[in-house]
Design a protein around this ligand. Structure first.
Ligand code: SF4
Ligand code: SF4
Length: 371
């Protein structure tokens, strides 16, 4: 997108008009319901956009903006991190990962610490690089740590597709992929949260398509909007949601038409469906949720790193009183955690929410810390 086009989505005049319109709608809601409207931004990129644009402050008296479980790095469970670490310790293994996994704490260590201990752990920009490493080092087992939502899964599926075509038989994936709908359902059913509306992630929607998210409106009667990540995108989505609430409507609107279609990206969805199927998955601080993960189909089990070794992980435990689970499920704000900004900072993170660029605690630390 050209910078001129980007500027349109940051236009301050339009922004002010939208803010006034949202405040007006939020006031109507407050008068009707005797409380502020609760909106959850599901995705970590939205949390960054909201915080960076100062929107939490702008709507302090009107809207409760709750950050949700939108960062796959943050929601990866202790057990899975511990398993990755045990895999990294196997002598013939090369672990390949994206950079933000390196410092996420497991129960007793992190991948960064294990790399410092001499294990072969490499940070890649594309999972396809892992295939080249596997081809160059046939005596090694190359394992890609497959972490992410619907946005990253097609790229991982593509590596398996290539491994098949290039007949690479020492490439494996350790999949902790997550899918959004089941966790969204869980949050709706939580009486403590009272979510009135959802701001839905633009990039996940670009893959799955708007229609796939219609269930939020039809089943749960919660108005929602798919939004992009510029300030005006976010504001337009917020306006849609509160207007619908006041009018007693529940739909999933699309405020990211320049990227998200009704049906999604068919090629990417086909690639996922060819190699993966839904299974239960363990979310940090939330627990196991049925159907919320993606695992390799039975016919592609030879690529599954979980089948390589008989690994027993030491008992997993929460990291030194970290409250990431409550932050991820929207029950507390980062600033409610005793570690925030004291013993836990981006330089010295206690929990994953402070590690990842899109982690809620890291975002609050960067943009919302009152000093
Ligand atoms: S990985 Fe994607 S969905 Fe998750 S927080 Fe980052 S941008 Fe949002
Ligand atoms: S401030 Fe640190 S310890 Fe507390 S919830 Fe956030 S990441 Fe976890």
């Amino acid at each position: 997108m050209s910078s001129m086009k980007t500027n349109v989505y940051r236009d301050p005049v339009l922004g002010k008009e939208l803010i006034q319109a949202i405040k007006k709608q939020a006031k109507i809601f407050q008068e009707k319901n005797g409380r502020k409207v609760n909106l959850m931004e599901v995705c970590g990129t939205h949390t960054v956009s909201v915080s960076k644009a100062g929107l939490r402050d702008v709507f302090r008296d009107d809207i409760e903006l709750i950050s949700g479980p939108g960062c796959p790095v943050c929601v990866t469970s202790h057990e899975d991190i511990d398993y990755m670490i045990e895999l990294a310790k196997q002598p013939e293994v090369i672990i390949c990962t994206f950079g933000d996994m390196m410092r996420v704490p497991g129960s007793h260590s992190s991948l960064a610490e294990e790399k410092a201990n001499g294990h072969d752990i490499r940070v890649l920009y594309s999972p396809l690089e892992a295939l080249d490493i596997a081809e160059e080092q046939p005596d090694k087992k190359v394992i890609f740590l497959a972490v992410g939502f619907e946005t990253t899964t097609p790229a991982i599926a593509a590596t398996i597709d290539m491994a098949e075509k290039r007949e690479i038989d020492n490439y494996y994936v350790f999949t902790v992929h997550k899918i959004c709908p089941p966790v969204v359902e869980l949050l709706f059913n939580d009486p403590k949260l009272k979510i009135d509306g959802l701001l839905l992630p633009g990039h996940v929607s670009a893959i799955v398509g708007r229609k796939a998210l219609d269930f939020i409106a039809t089943e749960f009667k919660v108005p929602s909007s798919i939004a992009g990540f510029e300030p005006l995108d976010v504001l337009a989505g917020m306006y849609d949601i509160i207007r619908m609430l006041n009018q007693g409507e529940a739909k999933v609107t699309n405020q990211y038409l320049r990227v998200v279609t009704e049906e999604g990206n068919k090629a990417a969805l086909d690639m996922i469906a060819k190699y993966f199927e839904a299974a239960s998955s363990n979310w940090r601080g939330i627990g196991s949720i049925e159907g919320s993960g993606l695992v390799l189909k039975p016919e592609y089990q030879k690529y599954d790193a979980r089948n390589l070794y008989d690994i027993t992980i030491p008992e997993s435990s929460n990291t030194r009183g970290c409250r990431c689970g409550e932050v991820l499920s929207g029950h507390i704000k980062p600033t409610d955690c005793g570690h925030f900004g004291r013993s836990c900072t981006p330089v010295s993170p206690v929990g994953p929410c402070m590690v990842s660029y899109e982690g809620t605690c890291a975002t609050y630390f960067k943009y919302e810390r009152k000093v």
